[in-house]
Design a protein around this ligand. Structure first.
Ligand code: ADP
Ligand code: MG
Length: 688
């Protein structure tokens, strides 16, 4: 059977419809998919030894002969044993297998096998439990570095390793060389075929390193090229030039003076908006740094020019909060401001649609509801998204598509991304940073405590509540895609809330919010908390993007070691929004000095960028590329990469390539362009 990259997995030996379905759950439908499904880690099964000299407890391969027929016994229901005597020139060994009864039939006396496992001593006898046995000469999973893949129900590592081995043997040579030759040579990168072979079945450590480096480079190169192509295309589009109006008109609306950082970013926005090319700007700034005022400025400027502005927020509550703030601010300047969420129905909704279409509304604030079919604008010129990591790039594009021509785009994010990464992650956007908090904020006092201080933590909650304050208690994140883990974490929050309610704080008002609740219920709980009807809110990280509760003065995070520092910082931003001194208590049961040290970074600084840099240094860029950045294409291997140098090299290479061939349309760049298109294919119509 001749395999190609397009061959469906169901055509591979041993794969029936059921297994094909399980493989599809991992996104594996073709031989090409298998080859691009990179191992999560490796097990070194190369070390050969002899029975007498094998180091106790360390994994080794032995070349052995079966000296007597296997013995079978059923200890009890569900527990079967097979025992086999093995020998080499130096000694004898008893191998015990649990629940692998079929071995009786396949192990033959007198035959030789490679046996991989750990030799243990039982009295004077040497034994092995559940070793891997393969006939000499037919070894596939022993005597080499074995890939370990991420699995799913119905797909074992042996199955996957067997499949990739087959595919690598037949098809590694078909892996397309997408890196242009001069780039490959300039950066000493391995060839595609070599990388494909050695990422799955590395000949040795050096070969693995070479394969890895090349594949990471390849992926980051595609990402950088894709982002640059997007930017290039936009830069050539005509924007809607705004006339600048005297700032004083806007500033006089505000009850406070803007910070230096806010004023600087206003200047950056002005330059974009007046330039004649569309603005594509990201505003990054810690929670509480005052990004909303910058959105207000954009909306005000648009209105001065007779244009409309739309602001999209990820939740109804947040949209409502923005609506209240911005309406009271901007209506003073004569702007007509509307709110569009799922809750706006019937006549009210119709009236809103009509006003937008007739140009009788200057600013509309809303949720995804803004993307509804019925929403049309007379003169939309500025699209703003808040907490942009909650939106896909596609959704941003969908809102922009409601404008006639190319609107200006402003995205606001409270997730600081280290500069080195923001080029890749937000490569299609200019970045502004609001790196200054409004005056008069006292930093949130942050403590890292162990389980032994739990009682004191509870007492502290009680004391603050006694003073009239409110507290959040956050349990570990519900990981996306991990179904089992999700159920467990969810249960943790639910049962924990129950314990707190009935045993720890029976006299306090304890509420619960988590991601699996209907958003109505969730919003009801959050609203009750904001209204001061609850003392303690137990939740998962759903509160990360939340409404302002100035009276909340304490954030407790359970199992804090399971979060990234940036995420903890984000959570901490939920408190300290009012006039009260606020606190953050990070509870961890880990004894590891390293992870405690990591958490202590938070008690030492409140600078989100420093914290992000620290996250990057300690945990690598995976967190930043992870599921929280929904705008990005899914990466296969760069997720795992900790090497910033490769990132910079790939970045530089992309810049050079595009400087010479801005659209990647030269024939030698075709394969690269194809891959970039593929990588971004889930991102909607960006590349049409
Ligand atoms: P974020 O950047 O998290 O979106 P917000 O825009 O919600 O921050 O601002 C947080 C709070 O700070 C709001 O109550 C806002 O009114 C207030 N604020 C914003 N800018 C200033 C300023 N320059 N001086 C004083 N208070 C400010
Ligand atoms: Mg905000």
């Amino acid at each position: 059977m001749g395999l190609t990259l397009e061959t469906g997995v169901e055509r591979l030996p041993g794969i029936g419809p059921a297994r094909a379905r399980s493989l599809a759950k991992l996104g594996l439908e073709t031989v090409g998919d298998l080859l691009r499904y990179y191992p999560r880690s490796y097990e070194d099964r190369r070390r050969m030894s002899e029975i007498a000299s094998a180091p106790e407890g360390l994994p080794v391969c032995l070349r052995v002969t079966v000296t007597a027929p296997a013995r079978f016994s059923r200890v009890r229901k569900g527990l079967e044993l097979v025992k086999v005597e093995l020998a080499d020139d130096t000694g004898v060994l008893t191998a015990t297998f649990f629940n692998q009864g079929y071995l009786r039939e396949v192990l033959h006396t007198g035959e030789s096998y490679i046996c991989f496992g750990r030799v243990e001593l039982a009295g004077h006898r040497r034994v092995m439990t559940n070793p891997v046995l393969e006939p000499v000469g037919k070894a596939r999973f022993t005597g080499r570095i074995l890939p370990i893949y991420s699995l799913t129900h119905g797909v074992s590592n042996n199955l996957l390793a067997g499949l990739t081995l087959r595919c690598v043997e037949e098809c590694a040579g078909l892996a397309p060389e997408i890196i242009p030759q001069p780039v490959r040579l300039a950066h000493s990168l391995a060839e595609a075929e070599f990388a494909c072979r050695n990422i799955h079945f590395p000949a040795d450590e050096m070969a693995l390193e070479g394969a890895r480096r090349r594949l990471i480079f390849e992926e980051l190169l595609c990402l950088a090229c894709g982002m640059a192509l997007l930017r290039h295309r936009r830069d050539r589009e005509a924007g809607i030039p705004f006339q600048l109006a005297p700032r004083a008109g806007f500033l006089s609306l505000l009850p406070f003076q803007l910070t230096g950082a806010q004023l600087r970013v206003m200047g950056e926005m002005e330059a974009d908006l007046a330039s004649g090319t569309p603005m594509n700007r990201l505003i990054q700034g810690d929670v509480g740094s005052g990004k909303t005022m910058l959105a207000a400025y954009g909306a005000w400027l648009a209105a001065q020019n007779g244009y409309q502005c739309a602001l999209m927020a990820p939740t109804e509550l947040l949209a409502e909060q923005h609506y209240r703030t911005l309406a009271s601010l901007l209506e003073g300047a004569g702007l007509r401001v509307g709110l569009l969420t799922g809750a706006v129905k019937g006549k009210a909704r119709k009236a809103l649609y009509a006003a937008l279409e007739a140009g009788e509304m200057d600013l509309v604030i809303g949720t995804h509801a803004l993307l509804s079919e019925g929403v049309a604008f007379a003169k939309l010129a500025l699209v703003i998204t808040d907490e942009q990591h909650r939106f896909g790039v596609g959704q941003r594009a969908a809102l922009s598509a409601k404008a006639k021509g190319r609107p200006h785009v402003l995205v606001m994010s409270a997730t600081p991304i280290p500069r080195t990464l923001s080029l890749v992650i937000y490569g299609d956007l200019e970045v502004s940073v609001v790196d200054e908090l409004p005056p008069g904020r006292s930093p949130v006092a942050t403590y890292v405590v162990g389980e032994d201080k739990r009682q004191r933590m509870y007492n502290f909650v009680r004391r603050l509540v006694g003073e009239g304050r409110q507290a959040y208690i956050v349990c570990p994140a519900v990981e996306e895609g991990e179904e089992d883990g999700q159920a467990m974490d969810l249960k943790a929050a639910v049962t924990y809330a129950e314990t707190l309610r009935t045993q720890v704080f029976p006299d306090l008002r304890v509420g619960l919010a988590h991601g699996k609740m209907k958003s109505k219920e969730k919003d009801a709980v959050m609203t009750a908390f904001a209204a001061g009807e609850l003392d303690v809110l137990v939740s998962t990280t759903v509160i990360e993007v939340g409404v302002d509760v100035p009276n909340a003065a304490l954030m407790v995070v359970e199992n804090a070691d399971r979060f990234g520092l940036s995420q903890l910082h984000q959570l901490r931003g939920r408190v300290g929004r009012g006039k009260h001194q606020s606190y953050c208590v990070l509870v961890t049961s880990t004894r590891g000095q390293d992870s405690r040290e990591r958490l202590r970074v938070l008690s030492k600084t409140t600078d989100g960028f420093k914290i992000a840099e620290e996250d990057l240094r300690l945990r690598g860029p995976g967190d930043f590329f992870g599921s929280r950045q929904h705008g990005l294409p899914q990466l296969g291997i760069a997720d795992l990469a900790g090497d910033m140098r490769v990132l910079k090299e790939a970045q530089g290479a992309a810049e050079e390539l595009l400087a010479a061939d801005p659209e990647l349309c030269r024939p030698e760049h075709r394969p690269l362009l194809e891959r970039v298109r593929q990588l971004f294919s889930q991102q909607g119509d960006m590349f049409n």
